[in-house]
Ligand binder design. Sequence first.
Ligand SMILES: [Zn+2]
Length: 179
Amino acid sequence: MSEQSAYGYTESGLYIPNPAHMARAIELGHACIETDDHPVGAIVVSATGEILGEGKNEVHARQDPTAHAERIAIDVAAQNVGRAGLKDGVLFTSHECCPMCSGAVVNTKLAGVVCSTDVDDITDLLARRQDMKWRSNTMRMATILNGRRESGMPQQFMIGSLHYQSGLVLLERTIELAV
Ligand SMILES: [Zn+2]
């Protein structure tokens, strides 16, 4: 049995996320600091665990408000596979997707999303750091992902808290940039 087979889809259809994929997303998030972009990183992997696309937040670097890590990773993955749909693929992101990126997940028919930190973590951090102000998005990814209603299509899954402590370090950095 190869090492890679420990992760991915089980015979019963459960998805076991590979921590190495989240480690890569978090690594991409750290690279955002070079351009003063909020550190969020994301990758799209195939059903067999192959990395199809990578992205880091480049809103400031590109002067593009839609240049979120997840959207870029999805764009790159679609180009690499040569089609707009990414069925059975999975998005790994260091932080819960915003409504725009959640919409991209729905539109590309990805199987699901794995994240490290989520909206509740921002709320908790801001409660402890009164000096910090951040108009954060509070709409949950689940609101959009669960809104998908297509006959015969399975619900998109959401898995949280993978490499959670590393994700929190990135999130603290994100909020400090917004002071
Ligand atoms: Zn986004």
